[in-house]
Design a protein around this ligand. Structure first.
Ligand code: NAD
Ligand code: UDP
Length: 317
């Protein structure tokens, strides 16, 4: 049993952050959730508010702040292409200046700090599946660059704070993760398809649907985040986290349609700019460093749980 820690979760009211806060509280930690509620929602954390160990600070991480903390998970950043491209300069500021502020906080408080980076650092990958040793293929001036390059810059700062100031940093690269508490208007593919199917609307497949992604269920991802934070100080990463099961977007659409019988069909739309053609994590490093961690929830099971969640939400709407 690890000792209770004062834990800061930025982006704690978001999809992943809210699941992480819940898990950390269950493990006995005190949790400070910092969020500006730009893509997060009070509804994601309302059920945690009754805990005396849970605190919420509405705050934009591009502005410095102070808190007495032992460990920091930095999740604050819009993650859906629709949302991160809506205000690209804000996305860049959040990724870069936000991370800088948190690294300074970690340095001042001698806290361990974990950065949720992304598979987007590999861009449209020329190496498949992607190991951490691959440096990536990112278009630095494209529409996705505010996110991809922002996250790449944050990784650089994490490693420089470790080298230059001895801060105990950890970097994980998350691959597509899905589950309950994604917003109905999140814009990412899993929530889009489920919500569209439930409403009897056409499923919007971009391009031919032949592009691939690997989808990780949220509980598996949160388990890996917690294990990464518990690693020895010399474990800096980067470590890929995701589910190596790889599917075309068309296969995903068909899986959703097979489960939701609403008369919805597939409608093809133009492929957005710089959309990666394939993506699949090599998770050998995570398996080795995180005590044999391996995703437990396959896509069919995870989709079932996520559909149940959205059914309830849509019913309540
Ligand atoms: P999300 O949009 O649901 O959560 C992001 C949270 O950060 C929201 O609550 C939002 O309000 C908050 N936020 C955004 N900008 C902020 C700012 N300047 N100050 C304070 N709070 C701010 O997205 P998510 O899927 O939960 O992603 C969480 C983190 O994981 C992000 O950093 C994202 O880049 C990373 N990630 C997620 C995935 C995924 O598939 N879910 C994949 C790769 C990386
Ligand atoms: N996509 C799609 N229809 C949608 C949303 C997304 O076909 O309604 C595609 C998108 O073009 C991409 C894949 O699904 O190829 C994953 O998109 P998402 O936005 O979920 O994540 P990311 O592109 O960042 O991996």
């Amino acid at each position: 049993m690890t000792a209770a820690k004062r834990t800061l979760v930025t982006g704690g009211a978001g999809f992943l952050g809210s699941h992480l806060c819940e898990r950390l509280l269950r493990d006995g930690h005190a949790v400070l959730c910092v969020d500006d509620f730009s893509t997060g929602a009070e509804g994601n954390i309302a059920h945690l508010r009754s805990s005396p160990r849970f605190q919420v600070l509405p705050h934009d991480i591009t502005q410095p702040f102070d808190a007495e903390v032992d460990q920091i998970y930095n999740l604050a950043c819009p993650a859906s292409p629709v949302h991160y491209q809506a205000d690209p300069l804000r996305t860049m500021r959040t990724s870069v200046i936000g991370a800088l502020n948190l690294l300074e906080l970690a340095r001042k408080r001698n806290a361990v700090i974990l950065q949720t980076s992304t598979s987007e650092v590999y861009g449209d990958p020329m190496v498949h599946p992607q190991p951490e040793s691959y440096w990536g293929n990112v278009n630095p001036i494209g529409v996705r660059a505010c996110y991809d390059e922002g996250k790449r810059c944050a990784e650089t700062m994490f490693f420089d704070y470790r080298r230059q100031h001895g801060v105990r940093t950890k970097v994980v690269r998350l691959f597509n993760t899905y589950g309950p508490r994604m917003r109905p208007d999140d814009g990412r593919v899993v929530s889009n398809f489920i919500v569209q199917a439930l409403r009897g609307e056409d499923l919007t497949v971009y391009g031919t649907g032949a592009q691939t992604r690997s989808f990780c269920y949220v509980d598996d991802l949160v388990e890996a985040l917690v294990r990464m934070m518990a690693t020895a100080d010399d474990v800096a990463g980067p470590v890929n986290l995701g589910n190596p099961g790889e599917f075309t977007i068309l296969e995903l659409a068909q899986k959703v349609l097979a489960r939701i019988h609403s008369g919805a069909r597939i409608a093809y739309h133009p492929l957005p700019g710089d959309d990666p053609r394939q993506r699949r994590p090599d998770i050998a490093r995570a398996h080795e460093l995180l005590g044999g961690w391996w995703p437990q929830v396959d896509l069919d099971t995870g989709l079932g749980r996520t559909i149940d969640y959205f059914r309830q939400q849509e019913g309540a709407a």
